[in-house]
Design a protein around this ligand. Structure first.
Ligand SMILES: Cc1ncc(C[n+]2csc(CCOP(=O)(O)OP(=O)(O)O)c2C)c(N)n1
Ligand code: SF4
Length: 285
């Protein structure tokens, strides 16, 4: 099997939770490949931030996006070639801040994509400002006296928005995370994984997550139970929080049409253009 690693130098801080996410994703891809998925069917995108560097470290096709726009990028890829498995990597700043409208609409329309959020509760690359998931009281360069806002809860947000696969992983539990990623990619519809990712430099949460995470035990088909699991604050359930089926966006829009596969040949395209510009109308008898 061709390695998924690239020649790019890895510049993440030693101990960063992003390493666990990268390793888990490589395992998930390897597992899907061993089940017969061709590597050329994976397409990825990432936002801007420490998380976004994962794009450089994976030998997969895709598009390096801009802050908060990876979700829009992969949706475009999917509509252009519906045979692809498209995966977006986002930071919590980029997904729940600048990119939040894209995230909500992707969930609402059940776009057939996987969204992996590297949720470190901080803007890592820009050196430690608070984000929408930072805890109340979080101190950073933009909140020196402590954040006075309550954090949003990504899982509840996604359940309410209509996501059909909602999960929580932890970068410190690589095997479980790899399993979640493989299941998310196989899921037909909008699959969302919030990955608890300690940022050792600006928000080192290893101790907290090691102590507070536990496997989810509720029935993931039960929305009410999923809501209750998502809302828990005393413990942090890991695993699939909710899973259901709904029609996917590209099928609702285009049926079985695949623009990449069903592309018109050059001669057909020229004929269409000629027709469009032919103002003479039908020939007179
Ligand atoms: C449109 C735009 N807005 C803001 C920035 C500046 N910027 C780059 S990375 C970043 C923070 C990234 O934080 P997050 O998304 O949480 O990812 P992390 O670095 O923590 O992985 C910001 C604000 C940018 N590059 N582009
Ligand atoms: S700043 Fe934080 S998120 Fe960025 S590489 Fe370092 S530890 Fe990881």
């Amino acid at each position: 099997m061709i390695p998924l690693a690239t020649m790019a130098e890895n510049t993440w801080c030693p101990g960063c939770g992003n390493f666990g996410i990268l390793n888990a994703f490589k395992r998930a891809v390897a597992r899907l490949e061993s089940e017969g998925v061709d590597r050329s069917r994976f397409f990825i995108s990432a936002g801007i931030g420490c998380h976004g560097k994962i794009f450089d470290y994976l030998a997969l096709s895709g598009l390096y996006s801009i802050h908060g726009r990876e979700i829009a990028a992969v949706q475009g890829m999917k509509l252009a070639n519906t045979d692809l498995f498209v995966v977006a990597f986002g930071g919590d700043g980029d997904s729940f801040g600048e990119g939040i409208a894209h995230l909500l609409f992707a969930a609402k329309r059940n776009a057939d994509m996987t969204m992996i959020v590297h949720d470190n509760g901080v803007y890592g690359l820009t050196t430690g400002q608070y984000t929408p998931t930072s805890r109340r009281g979080f101190k950073g360069p933009s909140t020196p006296a402590g954040s006075v806002e309550d954090p949003i809860d990504p899982l509840t947000l996604m359940l309410v928005a209509g996501a059909t696969f909602v999960a929580r992983g932890y970068s410190g539990k690589v095997e479980q995370l790899a399993d979640l990623m493989a299941r998310a990619i196989e899921h037909r519809g909008f699959a969302f994984i919030d990955v608890l990712q300690p940022c050792v430099t600006f928000n080192d949460a290893y101790k907290k997550y090691n102590a507070e995470t536990e496997p989810a035990t509720h029935d993931p088909k039960d929305l009410v139970a999923a809501m209750a699991a998502a809302a828990r604050r005393d413990r942090l359930p890991l695993g699939v929080i909710y899973e259901t089926e709904k029609p996917v966006f590209h099928r609702e829009l285009m049926g079985e049409h695949n623009p990449a596969r069903d592309r018109l040949g050059r001669a057909q395209r020229l004929e269409r253009i000629a027709c469009a510009f032919d103002t003479r109308g039908p020939a007179m008898p």
